[in-house]
Design a protein around this ligand. Structure first.
Ligand code: GNR
Ligand code: NI
Length: 168
């Protein structure tokens, strides 16, 4: 297993649209394992392949305190069950240190393949619904800062660029 580098906003590679996974093979499984290790180490509750510069439709999530409820979503599809807006203070491993309120539909149905390539389906609300929508946005090249005002987004961008320059 390996901890992978997480791309940070405004890296243009975060804007690529991920391609579907054709077959869930050994390469996919190794990537899923590395994504879990990377997410747990960060620590975070979700990670999309896009964030580690792999542009395939793969997401890992674990909302549990004990880090023992791994959820793998391959080629996920979402249907809105309840469009009523719900707000949540979102953060992102690709936008480190910033938390902002984002509005999303409150309840969704998720269809995806699991790590064995089996089709799974479940309904989600609360934090799980937030997280799944946040991760699918990554696969479509979208970040939570895109829901903020231009002024806020630019301010975050400039602060992160400054941090990244001082690290490099
Ligand atoms: O670890 C994460 N926490 C989080 C908190 C509120 C809303 C969304 C998230 S996802 C984030 C990890 C991440 O960046 N996934 O893409
Ligand atoms: Ni994120």
């Amino acid at each position: 297993m390996a901890i992978l580098e997480i791309l940070e906003f405004p890296d243009p590679r975060l804007r690529k649209r991920a391609e579907p996974v054709e077959t869930v093979d050994a390469t996919t499984m190794r990537l899923v394992d590395d994504m879990f290790e990377t997410m747990y180490a960060a620590p975070g509750i979700g990670l999309a392949a896009t964030q580690v510069d792999v542009h395939r439709r793969i997401i890992v999530i674990d909302l549990s305190e004990e880090k023992n409820q791994p959820l793998v979503l391959i080629n996920p599809e979402v249907e809105v069950l309840d469009p009523q807006a719900e707000t949540y203070d979102e953060g992102c491993l690709s936008v480190p240190g910033f938390y902002e309120t984002v509005i999303r539909p409150r309840a969704i149905r998720v269809t995806a393949q699991d790590r064995n390539g089996e089709q799974q389906e479940f309904e989600a609300e609360g934090l799980l619904a937030v997280c799944v929508q946040h991760e699918i946005d990554h696969l479509d090249g979208k970040l939570f800062v895109d829901y903020l005002s231009t002024v806020k987004r630019q301010r975050i961008r400039n602060k992160l660029l400054k941090q990244q320059r001082s690290k490099a």
